[in-house]
Design a protein. Sequence first.
Length: 268
Amino acid sequence: MRVFSAANRFGALALSLALLAGCASNDTAPEDEDEFSGVQERELYELARTALDSNRYPIAIERLEALDTRYPFGPHAEQAQLELIYAYYENSDWEEARAAASRFIRLHPDHPQADYAYYLRGLSAWQAGRFSLERLRLIDISKRDLGASRDAYNDFRELIQRFPQSDYAPDAQQRIVYLRDLLARHELHVADYYLRRGAYLAAVERGRWVVEHYPESSATRDALATMIEGYQGLGMDDRAGEVLAVLRENAPDHEQLRGGRFVPKHLD
């Protein structure tokens, strides 16, 4: 009897443990399920809009991503994709914003708000290329790597070319002016480095690049001066004289012109 009783007790214990395990499994199952399962498209979109309106961008992103995944062809799909770009941007997720904008442009090139996608793509690159110390004037941003700034420049230019009448075009144009000067100054920093190292041909090419690609930049006159010094370093005095005539005509007050005579920075 004692053996039978012990067996019963063991069996009862095993059954109890199995039941407890089953209960625990039931308790955790909902946590493993998608929290948006069963949520209809309109309701999910409204939840995302509520988060956006209250500036809860991480939550909005989660809901918009779920909406994009679950209902990619629904009536709210295109608007949700646009708002996802905006949410990424406001959440400082610059790369995600640019990727989402590029995807929207690829999928909906003729959408009435395609210019908005171009604009946000440019703004995201603009923000990615800025540095907080620039506002304090403690560094010269043109001496930094400007990959993101080049992306912004190209994005804003494409926006203006494709949508010249866009409401976003005037702001994009103002940013282009800033970026053009920034990129031109960066090229001249590199050219100055080449001059100091005696790589005169490379310096000339950098100066020529600025003149040809950023002719409206305020750095053009310095690019001409760079070319003159580079040609002098190469012993190409005729070419140096030709560029010097252009500099005299267009910038007679340039700091390297003294009495009409060109004064190089690095050549003896």
